[in-house]
Each structure stands twice: as structure tokens, then as C-alpha cells.
Design a binder for this molecule. Sequence first.
Ligand code: KG4
Ligand code: ZN
Length: 377
Amino acid sequence: MRILSIETSCDETALAIITTDTKTFTIEAQNVASQIELHKTYGGVFPAMAKREHQKNIVPLCIQTLEEAGLHAKGEIQTEKLKSIEEILIREPELFNYFKEHILPVTKPAIDRICVTVGPGLEPTLWVGINFAKALSHLWDIPLVPVNHMEGHILSVFPKKEEETFTMPELSFPVLALLVSGGHTEIVLMKSIGSYTRIGQTRDDAVGEAFDKVARMLNLPYPGGPQISKYAALHRGKNEHSDISLPRPMLHSGDYDFSFSGIKTAVLYFLEDKDISEDIRESVAREFEDAVTEVLTKKTLSAIEEHNATTLIVGGGVAANIYLRQTLTDKSPIPVLFPRRDLATDNAVMIGIVGAYKEPEPLDSPSFVANGNLRLE
Ligand code: KG4
Ligand code: ZN
């Protein structure tokens, strides 16, 4: 089975082509167009602007991905489908124009299913991916599969470093997943591929969002995670105490929920009457990373113990954080799986992997409605 997958839930437009028999997977092509440079200027992601960028990027990225998989050829134009495609893309007129010019002349590629992220995420940007996927599915008569973005982050840990072919391991369940990204912080219990229960989540900010906000207070660019991580490592290397002390919210709450907005507010108070020097950046970054890692680690370890989990999966953009990786690896009593670097942040490979295990649905199914708050379970 050859799968084309599409991801537009936030600020990356991503497409991938993989082949699989649901045991062995081969990544034939994958591309990500990041909007980070654009959003840097504004210090965050604005949905309307992000939606425009996705509309602009998705068609050239699709052509490029087909080319890289050796599936791009031009043929006869199916003008009889133009009207219905225009209807599908009625709310993305810019995208319709690119589609008409560049996708319509493409010969139907040897693809067996198309998979698309339907949530959670930013609804205006999710719609671009969904409607584009619907238009492709309609044009080429290829079945369409809805995918939950968070399930993508869970299954993102299986492709191995440097290799484009991997085999899904024989997992024993339950597996515990800690999902940490710019939009989400949750602990999920996985009973099998496709069966999940969320046992904890953040009550306010996501952990990546807290990294981004604290970075902004320190006048560091978006995305803040890698910046904070860099400054924290500098401070750790000096073997000094940090001169700021931050709270560990909900550390002893007895459940698996999180709260990160209090840490962020404490940083704000601390910085109130100070000039931001390199020393301040280092000590705030270090204490912030320590605080966040301590809370994430404690709750994750308790959940492993309570549920007798056999493997820990850590997914999402913040899974790229070196200190968090190190701490979890050192303290976890069970094996820990992390995504390789290019699959930690949003990508379409993980969407294709999930889609391999799901069933296609008709184009008018309610599953193909963007759902910003879509839950795993
Ligand atoms: O999963 P992702 O690409 O997008 C969402 O679905 O949200 O995650 C992006 C988030 C951003 O908040 C970014 O600051 C954070 O992941 N991030 C990091 C690191 N690299 C990216 N946070 C901490 N340390 C990092 N090294
Ligand atoms: Zn994500």
C-alpha cells in the first residue's frame, strides 16, 4: 500500500509518501515547509496568516513530493471535475487557483490512500489540508483517511535515525506516551495501536507554549524551546546555582494533570525590575528547564508505575529537548523511545504511519471536519 499523507495543523505544511504492509514502512519522500521565519517576526503563530501560507505552499510541496517519489507525470486534464473541485475549495480560493494550474494536469499517481490531519490544531489551517486532501481524493478517486495529530506524535518514534525503512516492533502493552508540544501536554495510555486513554493533561499552557513565552520575556526569538535549551545548557556547564527559584506547579497534586502558566508568571515577576543580560537569560532558562523537567518526569514516572507500562514514548516538539530526554532516559525504569530529530516537530510521515492502521471514510463524513480540540480516545 502506498500512502500520501498531509499535515497542516499549525505552522508547518508537510507531505510524505510512504509504502507499507503495516509491518515494514519505507519513507519514499517527505517534505516540510516551515513558517517559522514568518512567525518569528510576530513572536507567534497567527491563524489567518498561517492559513494563507499553507495555501501558497501546499501545491508546490505536493508536486515536489510526487517528483521525489518518482510519481509525477503530466497527462490529460480532467476538466469535468473542475466544478466540483472548486466547490470543495470554495473557502480556499487562492488554493483553488494553484490547484487548477498545477495539480489538474498531473496524471493519477500510483497511490492507494491519502491521509490527512483533521485535528487537534488550528482550525483555519487544518481546513487547508483537509480540503486539499478532499480535492485530491476526488480528482484521482483515491480513498481518504482522517488522522488525529496526537496519534501521529505517538507513532512518530518508530522510524529509526538515518534510515528510510523501519519495522514496527512487537510492542507489549500498555505503552505510556508523554506528548509535549507547542499546543499540547498530555499523558496517554496506549492499549494497542489505535486504542488510547488520556490520563492527564495541562490545565492551562502547553509546555512548548511556556518555553515560547519565557523565551519571549528574555527577548529571544520564536520558537523559544531551542533557545531556552541552549542558555540552560550554558548555565549548567558553569556549575553554579541559579539566582531565581521557580515553582513546580501541581508536583504533588496526585493526578497526571499539569499547569505551566504559574511558572511563566513567576518568571515575569522576577524580570520586572531587571535588565535582561546574558547572565539573567542563562539562570532563568536553567531554572525554567529544571522546573518543567522535574514536573514532567515525576508525573510520567508515577504513571508508569501505576499502570505497569512496558515502554515509554515521548513525542511532540518538546521531545527534542536534550535535558528532558536525558532526565527521562536516566530515571525511567522501562525503555524510552524518542522520535528522531526531523520527526519530533510536525511532519507528515507520522500522519502516514497512523493512516496505515485506519479505514478510509467517505468525503462527506463528519470526520473530515476540522476539529481544533479533537481528543485521543
Ligand atoms: O510538535 P510541534 O512542532 O508543534 C505543535 O504541534 O505544537 O512543537 C513545537 C514546540 C514549540 O513550542 C517549540 O518551542 C518546542 O516545540 N520545541 C522545544 C525544543 N524544540 C522545539 N522545546 C524545548 N526544547 C527544544 N529543544
Ligand atoms: Zn505537533
